[in-house]
Design a protein around this ligand. Structure first.
Ligand SMILES: O=C(O)CCC(=O)C(=O)O
Length: 277
């Protein structure tokens, strides 16, 4: 692959848009204060419930996360069109106003995409997002760097919008059936916004974060013990409202799989306390 793009300039291709500095300095500071105050979860892929706190032997995600709008617990399997849609999105807290304000300015670029919208695509802006905390675990022997995200595609319909806050993260796109070499790499920088849409960037290419640079500014804090954060990304998606369930609406087995996580969230969150009730 050619060298990755350094992320200082805008990139516009069919299905891929990158806007450096789309988020203002003030909005960036507001987002940082919001991320600092959240307590993200280290989820495990295969088992929740009582095992969630201790680890229980299941594989932990590569980074702690927090979902807004609808929480997709890894152990339930993520939402993916067309067949994995039911009983996997648990109603979560709304977006903070700073996110709504930034998303509102993206209406125009998103409207272009709607020209080719499939029938089930979002009519408006996304209604859920995943907040990813990238950093390293310290204080337990040799520090372990978790500043990466495995190759994947997002299965929700419509565009995915990503905010990048903190140190630059190298976002790569590849089609492993064609080549192990990435077809595009971009250093997503502090306050940038990236939009993926359409058959090329949503359906054919996988994406991943391979590394995150180190640096002091801006300073990000973590409420997790022994975890130093240096980048936070937010990926916004749309899931049909009818498929977002309250905890009590999930089938019993699935509810029990995630109960341990919801109890953890409820220690901090009024919303999740109500979900348990
Ligand atoms: O951290 C990033 O910029 C990418 C996030 C991502 O791919 C995801 O949340 O699905």
């Amino acid at each position: 692959m050619a060298d990755p793009q350094d992320g200082r300039r805008a990139i516009e291709r069919p299905g891929f848009t990158y806007f450096p500095h789309f988020i203002s300095k003030e909005e960036g500071a507001e987002l940082i204060a919001y991320f600092d105050a959240l307590l993200p979860l280290w989820e495990h892929r295969h088992r929740g419930g009582a095992h969630a706190r201790s680890g229980g032997g299941a594989r932990r995600l590569t980074r702690p996360v927090y979902w807004l709008g609808a929480w997709q617990f890894a152990c339930l399997g993520y939402y993916a069109e067309p067949e994995h849609r039911e009983d996997r999105c648990v109603r979560a807290e709304p977006f903070p106003s700073v996110m709504d304000r930034i998303l509102d300015r993206l209406r125009e670029p998103l409207a272009q995409w709607h020209g080719e919208a499939p029938p089930e695509a979002p009519a408006e802006l996304p209604n859920t997002c995943l907040i990813n905390y990238y950093g390293r675990e310290v204080g337990q022997g040799v520090p372990v760097d978790f500043a990466r995200l495995r190759m994947h595609r997002d299965g929700e319909p419509g565009p995915v919008i990503m905010f990048s806050i903190g140190q630059p993260g190298l976002l790569e796109f590849l089609d492993p059936e064609r080549s192990p070499e990435p077809e595009l790499g971009v250093w997503t920088r502090h306050r940038s916004v990236t939009i993926l849409s359409g058959p090329e960037f949503k359906d054919r290419l996988y994406h991943r974060i391979v590394r995150v640079r180190s640096g002091r500014e801006p300073e990000l804090k973590s409420r997790l013990d022994n975890f130093e954060v240096r980048r936070v990304s937010v990926s916004f998606r749309y899931v049909p409202d009818a498929l977002i369930s309250d905890l009590g609406q999930l089938p019993e087995e699935r509810r029990e799989q995630v109960r341990g996580y919801v109890e953890q969230l409820a220690e901090e969150s009024e919303h999740f306390r109500a979900q348990l009730g």
